[in-house]
Design a protein. Structure first.
Length: 283
């Protein structure tokens, strides 16, 4: 059976096992993660990537735990579906979790709402009771660069040095649970308001990491200073030295993961990669 067909079967059979009969199978996303709408309200997220740099399912369990905590405490997030146990589930070798379907609206998010909702998520995550790995995505990125030759030697070494410095600098700042990958693609403007999603990179670190992540493109690539200012004013004060280090670390992390995220990048993505590397080289 084709991999995607087997992943779909795993999601449908898991829903059936918990008393929910899928009446559709709309593929919303098909990549390393398969996202399926199975009923009017039920969305399944199935991990298909078996060969990527992130092995095992510990990260998936962390995502589920933080998402459940956020859902139960009224954070502005896409909620886990209440019709099944929170999981994560595993069937036919596929890790799966289940979410409520939300209706997207075709309006750009208000930058102030971005800052306010991120702040609210951080406030709720402060009370998350489980330990999370510290600065995990940065450590993972170092490991990737140590294990695989992805760029020319000088670029590879530059990225490694930026990441090692970031680990040393950021370890000195207060750590709390974070989204971990707080970019615009993980925000959805919906009929329920602006909601955050995709918690698979959650880790413990300084809040400046998530702030840097959400403003990076607007600040560096787009030079949209009005948007950056609105997000930052709504979010509130942060440590400026930590923020600057997080901007560097974020650029290095995205660059290290680029070959996995975009194995066949189009011209626009190639240009963004080039600009990130040039920006890092100038630091």
């Amino acid at each position: 059976m084709h991999t995607t067909e087997l992943a779909i079967r795993a999601a449908r059979e898991t829903a059936l096992a918990h008393g929910i009969t899928p009446d559709r199978c709309d593929i919303l996303q098909n990549g390393s993660t398969l996202v399926l709408r199975l009923t009017d309200t039920l969305v399944a997220r199935v991990v298909q990537d078996r060969d990527g740099p992130r092995q095992g399912t510990d990260w998936f369990a962390r995502e589920n735990a933080i998402a459940l905590h956020l859902t139960q405490n009224g954070a502005p997030v896409i909620p886990l579906h209440s019709g099944l146990p929170p999981g994560p589930h595993e069937h036919l070798g596929y890790p799966i979790n289940f979410w409520e379907f939300v209706t997207r609206i075709d309006l750009e998010p208000d930058p102030r709402e971005i800052g306010l909702t991120l702040r609210k998520c951080h406030e709720v995550m402060k009370t998350f009771p489980q330990p999370l790995p510290r600065l995990a995505i940065i450590s993972e990125s170092v490991a990737i660069l140590n294990d695989r030759s992805l760029f020319e030697a000088s670029t590879q070494e530059m990225l490694r040095q930026h990441l090692q410095t970031s680990l040393e600098v950021l370890a000195a700042y207060p750590q709390q649970p974070l989204h971990g990958d707080a970019h615009a693609g993980n925000l959805m403007n919906t009929t329920r308001g602006l909601l955050w999603t995709d918690w698979e990179d959650t880790f413990a670190g300084p809040v400046e990491w998530d702030v840097a992540s959400i403003i990076w493109n607007a600040l560096i690539l787009d030079e949209d200073h009005a948007t950056v200012s609105a997000i930052r004013e709504a979010y509130g004060p942060v440590d400026e030295i930590a923020l600057q280090q997080c901007l560097v670390a974020r650029a290095a992390v995205i660059t290290a993961w680029y070959p996995f995220l975009y194995p066949n990048p189009n011209a626009d993505r190639q240009d963004k990669l080039r600009r990130r590397i040039e920006w890092l080289a100038a630091r």
